[in-house]
Design a protein around this ligand. Structure first.
Ligand code: AMP
Ligand code: MG
Length: 413
C-alpha cells in the first residue's frame, strides 16, 4: 500500500484518495423530524409511504366534456345534452343519464357514469346540445385513481437528498413532516500570518483572506450547520489548540493554508501529533498538499492555501466526503467529451483540473476553451470558468482540436 504520508513515495491518485475517504467515513446516524417546508436539501432518513392514492379521484386531463363511451355512434357524428358542470374542486352533483354529457375542466372529478373526456376544441356547443365528431374516441383524457402513486406505495426511499420536486411529491400526498439525518456541524478557518479579513485596510505584504468567504459559499447546504472560526496565524501552538478545541465540537474541520512543506506549514504535523493522517498528498493539480485525517471523532480536511486549489480540492475531495458523512448517496460528477479549441500545457504525473469554458454548436457538439491563466492563485479565471478540463495523470498536453474530458460545474446555489 502506498504510504501517502511519506514524501519519497508516489503521490496518491485521486481515485485512491476517494476510496480511502469512502472507507474512513461513517455517515451520521441520528435523525430528526422536520417540517416539509424546511426539508429542502436535507437527507431523508426513513422511507415515506403514501397514505393516499394520487390522483385521489378520477379527474379530467383537459377542459372539455365528460361523457359515457357507450353513447358514441360508431363512425357517425352524434349529439349529447348538457347536464351540468364539473369544476375543479366542485364536482358535478347529479347522475349522468344516457345521452347526456357534462362540461368539465382540467382536474375536475369525472362523474361516475362517464368514462371519457373530449377536448372542448373538438365539439360544437349549441346551447344545451353538444355536437360530437364522427371520430370521437372511447375512454380518453381521464387521469385514473392512483396512476401516479398507489396508496401505501413508497413515495421516496431513504437515503435521498431532498429536491424541490421531492417536496412537491411528498406534499401531493399530504405529508407535512419527514425524518431527516441531523445536520453536520462543520467549522472552517484560514491559516496564515499574511491574511487580513475583509472590511479592514490592506497592509503592505498582506492579502485579503478570500478562502474563508469562498468556503462559506461552497458549504452553503441545508444539511450543514457551518461555523466560520476566523483566521489563525502561523503559530503552531495556537493552531494546535484551535484544532483540538474544534475537534470536540464539530463533525468536520476544514482549514486552508499551511498544508504544504514550508517552514510555516504546520497543519499536517499537528494533525499527525494530535490525531491521525490518512493521506496528505495527492496526484492532482492544483491541490497536491491536502491533509485528510481525524482528530478524535472529528474528520479533518487541511486544504492548500491557494484559492483555486481550495475550490478544486473542495469540489473533488471534500464535497463527496461531506456528502457521505451527511448520509446522502454519492454523486458521480457528470463528465463527457468535448473538442478543445486551444492547446493546453501539461506535464505528466498529476491529474489536472484546468479551468475551461464550455460551448455547444448548432449540431449539439461540445467545445471547450481554456478560461485563461491556470495558476492556482488565479481566481479570476476560476470565476469565469464553467467546467473543468480533466486531464489524466499521463497526459502530456493537448493540441487544438483534440478531444478532452470536461466536467461542468455550477458554483451557485
Ligand atoms: P500556504 O499553503 O499557506 O503556503 O499558502 C499558499 C498560498 O495561498 C500563499 O500564497 C498564501 O498567501 C495563499 N493563501 C493562503 N490562505 C489564503 C486565504 N485564506 N485567502 C487567500 N489566499 C490564501
Ligand atoms: Mg501559509
Amino acid at each position: 500500500m502506498i504510504d501517502a504520508c511519506s514524501e519519497s513515495k508516489p503521490l496518491l491518485s485521486i481515485d485512491d484518495a476517494l476510496d480511502r475517504i469512502n472507507a474512513a467515513i461513517s455517515p451520521v446516524n441520528s435523525t430528526e423530524k422536520t417540517a416539509l417546508k424546511n426539508a429542502l436539501g436535507r437527507v431523508l432518513a426513513e422511507p415515506v409511504y403514501s397514505p393516499i392514492n394520487i390522483p385521489h379521484d378520477r379527474n379530467a386531463a383537459m377542459d372539455g366534456y365528460a361523457f359515457a363511451s357507450r353513447d358514441i355512434a360508431d363512425g357517425q357524428t352524434f349529439t349529447l345534452t348538457l347536464a351540468g358542470v364539473s369544476w375543479a374542486g366542485r364536482p358535478f352533483q347529479g347522475r349522468l343519464q344516457p345521452g347526456q354529457c357534462v362540461r368539465i375542466f382540467t382536474g375536475a372529478v369525472v362523474p361516475e357514469q362517464a368514462d371519457s373526456v373530449i377536448m372542448q376544441e373538438h365539439v360544437q356547443a349549441q346551447g344545451q346540445t353538444i355536437h360530437f365528431p364522427a371520430d370521437t374516441r372511447k375512454q380518453q383524457n381521464i387521469r385514473k385513481i392512483g396512476e401516479d402513486v398507489k396508496q401505501g406505495a413508497c413515495l421516496i426511499a431513504e437515503p435521498k437528498k431532498l429536491t424541490a420536486v421531492d417536496l412537491g411529491l411528498l406534499a401531493s400526498a399530504g405529508i407535512d413532516q419527514v425524518a431527516v439525518k441531523r445536520q453536520l456541524k462543520i467549522a472552517y478557518f484560514s491559516t496564515g500570518d499574511e491574511l487580513i479579513s475583509i472590511g479592514r485596510p490592506l497592509e503592505s505584504g498582506k492579502i485579503y483572506d478570500s478562502n474563508r468567504t469562498m468556503l462559506g459559499g461552497l458549504l452553503a447546504d441545508p444539511s450543514y450547520s457551518v461555523v466560520d472560526l476566523g483566521v489563525i496565524p502561523d503559530n503552531k501552538q495556537l493552531l494546535e489548540d484551535s484544532f483540538i478545541k474544534a475537534s470536540k465540537i464539530y463533525d468536520a474541520i476544514i482549514t486552508t493554508g499551511g498544508a504544504s512543506v514550508g517552514e510555516a506549514d504546520y497543519v499536517k504535523e499537528i494533525l499527525q501529533s494530535c490525531g491521525e493522517v490518512n493521506f496528505w498528498k495527492i496526484a492532482i493539480k492544483p491541490g497536491k498538499p491536502l491533509a485528510f485525517g481525524r482528530i478524535g471523532q472529528c474528520y479533518f480536511f487541511g486544504l492548500p492555501g491557494n484559492p483555486v486549489a481550495v475550490v478544486v480540492t473542495f469540489q473533488q475531495i471534500v464535497a463527496p466526503a461531506l456528502r457521505q458523512l451527511s448520509g446522502a448517496p454519492s454523486l458521480k460528477p457528470l463528465r463527457f467529451a468535448a473538442t478543445c479549441t486551444c492547446a493546453l500545457k501539461k506535464s505528466p504525473g498529476r491529474q489536472e483540473y484546468q479551468r475551461g469554458i464550455l460551448s455547444q454548436d448548432e449540431h449539439g457538439e461540445f467545445f471547450v476553451v481554456s478560461a485563461g491563466q491556470q495558476g492556482s492563485h488565479i481566481l479570476s479565471s476560476m470565476s469565469q470558468s464553467d467546467c473543468y478540463i480533466v486531464l489524466p495523470e499521463e497526459c502530456k498536453g493537448v493540441q487544438a482540436g483534440d478531444k478532452v474530458t470536461v466536467e461542468p460545474f455550477s458554483l451557485s446555489i
